[in-house]
Ligand binder design. Structure first.
Ligand SMILES: CC(C)(COP(=O)(O)OP(=O)(O)OC[C@H]1O[C@@H](n2cnc3c(N)ncnc32)[C@H](O)[C@@H]1OP(=O)(O)O)[C@@H](O)C(=O)NCCC(=O)NCCS
Length: 152
């Protein structure tokens, strides 16, 4: 199941963040801000009553572009399609915010993420040297979102 995160999820979100990333970690205050004040949505994939993955989407006023700010799946649940489903849910969420494009950055050395997004139709449009805290290079990708129109 994929649902919107709430303040009750902060502990699990912090654990997932710490388990999945070594740099540029989001803090408890960052999550609290994202959940209460930011123009953002956090989607969580839920398995066995725990959080198996998370997608953080940022929106900007009067912008048709949404940004996938963070994206991770718990190592215990990888290669089971959790990220693929979460990314599709993130795209749907962006469309419900009237966005027509979803953008994201990933590290040059993150092959699993690059494989995933290539499979889901994302196009690389920029390379940013020295983007991350540890000076790693980022690749920027985007996907044009196509809203489904029901005609009948
Ligand atoms: C990248 C990540 C989100 C993928 O999550 P996942 O749930 O394992 O991905 P899925 O099972 O949905 O896999 C979908 C596709 O992604 C690609 N993929 C996923 N893991 C891969 C790996 N280890 N090596 C190569 N390709 C991989 C494959 O194309 C896969 O399709 P397939 O299973 O049909 O081959 C996960 O590895 C992760 O959280 N990594 C650490 C955090 C991170 O890098 N986040 C992204 C920041 S931009």
């Amino acid at each position: 199941m994929i649902r919107l995160a709430t303040l009750q999820d902060i502990e699990s979100l912090l654990q997932l963040e710490q388990a999945c990333f070594s740099y540029d970690l989001l803090s408890r205050d960052n999550f609290r801000y994202l959940l209460t004040k930011a123009h953002a949505n956090i989607l969580v994939a839920v398995k066995n009553d725990g959080i198996s993955g998370c997608a953080i989407l940022l929106f900007r006023k009067n912008s048709l572009k949404a940004r996938l700010y963070s994206f991770a799946v718990d190592a215990r649940y990888r290669r089971q399609g959790v990220a693929s489903r979460l990314l599709l849910a993130a795209e749907q969420c962006a469309m419900t915010h009237q966005c027509l494009t979803l953008r994201l950055e990933t590290r040059l050395d993150n092959i699993p993420m690059q494989q995933l997004i290539a499979q889901q139709g994302y196009q690389k449009f920029a390379t940013i040297i020295d983007y991350y805290e540890d000076h790693a290079t980022a690749l920027r990708y985007e996907k044009k979102l196509i809203p489904h129109i029901q005609i009948d």
